[in-house]
Design a protein around this ligand. Structure first.
Ligand SMILES: Nc1ncnc2c1ncn2[C@@H]1O[C@H](CO)[C@@H](NC(=O)[C@@H](N)CO)[C@H]1O
Length: 147
């Protein structure tokens, strides 16, 4: 899994077209979204993650929470983003992993939104620009580490 974490004044998106034949079904309300004072987490789920999705979810939560505490962010935007890797996981696996990340962050008390999966989306992002405002993380399950 590849993550780009941006501490932002706001992130807002608007769904445009389908990017998959069968994108995630969404309500009219989910066609637009915005969070202010947010840690935006752009995530590419990778093929190697398919070996142990639960482990990857746990590691992703730990990394995201570590950054959220450092930048004192209480809101997190989980954003499916297929552009951080050339070894993408299958959409079905990727969506399940992203949903679990969203659920577990909410269980930890964060205000969480997740952008819709399988769509082209317009978005606006206002990066805060401080030294910890732009970070990246790479996560692999143990089985995925080359021997
Ligand atoms: N392995 C994966 N990890 C994360 N997201 C993934 C994915 N496989 C499919 N998607 C979703 O389907 C859209 C088309 O690839 C993706 N759309 C996007 O990445 C938008 N920024 C438009 O390009 C994304 O919603």
């Amino acid at each position: 899994m590849r993550m780009l974490l941006i501490h932002a004044d706001y992130l807002e998106y608007e769904v445009r077209d389908k990017a998959l034949k069968n994108p995630e079904p969404i309500s009219d309300e989910q066609k637009k979204g915005r969070l202010d004072e947010v840690l935006a987490v752009f995530i590419s789920v990778e093929k190697v993650d398919e070996a142990n999705p639960d482990e990857v979810v746990e590691k992703a939560i730990a990394e995201i929470e570590d950054v959220a505490k450092q930048v004192k962010a209480e809101r997190i935007f989980v954003y499916p983003f297929a552009h951080l890797s050339s070894e993408l996981a299958k959409p079905g696996v990727a969506l399940e992993i992203l949903k679990k990340i969203e659920e577990k962050l909410r269980e930890k008390g964060y205000e969480v939104k997740r952008a819709p999966f399988g769509y082209y989306k317009a978005f606006k992002l206002s990066c805060k620009g401080h030294p910890l405002a732009e970070l990246s993380r790479t996560i692999v399950p143990e089985e995925g580490v080359s021997k």
